[in-house]
Design a protein around this ligand. Structure first.
Ligand code: ZN
Ligand code: ZN
Length: 334
């Protein structure tokens, strides 16, 4: 029998296998303390929808050219990634709220950057984890209804049962470092699940019953993208870069970081996202995500893009490699 990996707990749940950079205050009274703090402090106002303009993107139909990468930001952690003549959706969320309820919970600032019915044919969907701002049941059902088994669903361990319960069978349930090949005329597109520092829960009684992760994608021709999913900063980025890099583009979360005493283990701030990028190899287009779409935490929703520009400049990185996309905008990498 093989040895149990360190991120597989003895109780069948998943866990962070390395020491945290900051102590974890999420257990015990942490949630309550955060909510009490929120009542006492005045949060920055929620910006109007006009603060997050929607632009018309440049989606290739039906596919991008073999050597080209097109990255269209749908909002939050959702992208249409066109790579190696495949169309891949990352954490697709087209719904109006990041919530188990239709009538309450964090509401979108504005419409999705790309409408569901404007999508080209989808070959694969990658899900980083089960949180409501990443895994949206309505979007999953719509995609399955429209594209059926043409979509290969790839998600960390434990998500397969959730997808199967919704009639979806073409699923690859992957552990960290597992790779899935999506075959094609120009060779396979390889999708590898990689570590992240996060947690999972959809129902109150669930906790870390499903794994979380990030993904690296690489074409047979060597074009590559890293999708960071949802993560706190951790020391594993150098290893991900060594094993799966270098990357032509890095999609990294930069929002949902305040208050730090509570959020740091699960969400990196813009400065940490730049650090992670440098440790991944410090090259390729940096595309910030996980901001500007749902109000989840306490920072000013307009602050993450300002801080990422500052952190980028402070690190002395090339200005042309930072791409703060607007909703719907497409980055084309030739
Ligand atoms: Zn999450
Ligand atoms: Zn999230």
């Amino acid at each position: 029998m093989s040895e149990r990996p360190a991120h597989h707990g003895p109780d069948g749940k998943y866990r962070t296998p390395w020491p945290l950079e900051t102590s974890d205050q999420r257990g015990g009274g942490g949630v309550l303390r955060w909510q009490m703090e929120r009542l006492r402090t005045k949060l920055p106002p929620t910006p109007p929808a006009s603060a997050f303009p929607l632009v018309a993107g440049d989606v290739a139909r039906p596919h991008a050219d073999p050597g080209e990468i097109r990255i269209t930001w749908i909002g939050h952690a959702s992208f249409l990634l066109q790579i190696g003549r495949r169309n891949v959706l990352l954490d697709p969320h087209f719904g109006s709220r990041a919530s188990p309820f239709r009538f309450m919970g964090p509401k979108r600032f504005g419409p999705p950057g790309l409408a569901l019915d404007a999508l080209p044919p989808i070959d694969a969907v990658l899900l980083s984890h089960d949180h409501y701002d990443h895994l949206d049941e309505w979007s999953v059902r719509q995609l399955h209804r429209r594209f059926g088994d043409a979509i290969r669903w790839i998600a960390p361990l434990g998500h397969e049962a959730w997808l199967r319960a919704r009639g979806i069978r073409n699923v690859a349930d992957v552990d960290w470092w597992d790779a899935v090949d999506l075959p094609g005329a120009d060779g396979a597109l390889t999708v590898t699940c990689a570590p992240a520092q996060h947690w999972t829960r959809r129902k109150l009684r669930e906790f870390n019953d499903r794994l979380w992760g990030s993904f690296a994608l690489r074409t047979a021709g060597g074009r590559s993208v890293y999708f960071g999913g949802d993560s706190g900063y951790f020391r594993g980025y150098a290893e991900i870069g060594e094993r799966l890099g270098p990357f032509d583009a890095v999609l990294m979360p930069i929002g949902a970081y305040e208050p730090r005493w509570f959020m740091a283990p699960a969400h990196m701030n813009p400065e940490e996202a730049v650090r992670a990028y440098r440790e991944l190899g410090g090259r390729g287009a940096f595309v910030p995500m996980h901001w500007g779409t749902f109000r989840l935490t306490d920072e000013d929703p307009l602050e993450p893009p300002v801080r990422i520009r500052g952190a980028w400049t402070d690190a002395g990185l090339p200005p042309d490699d930072l791409h703060v996309l607007k909703h719907g905008e497409t980055l084309i990498i030739q």
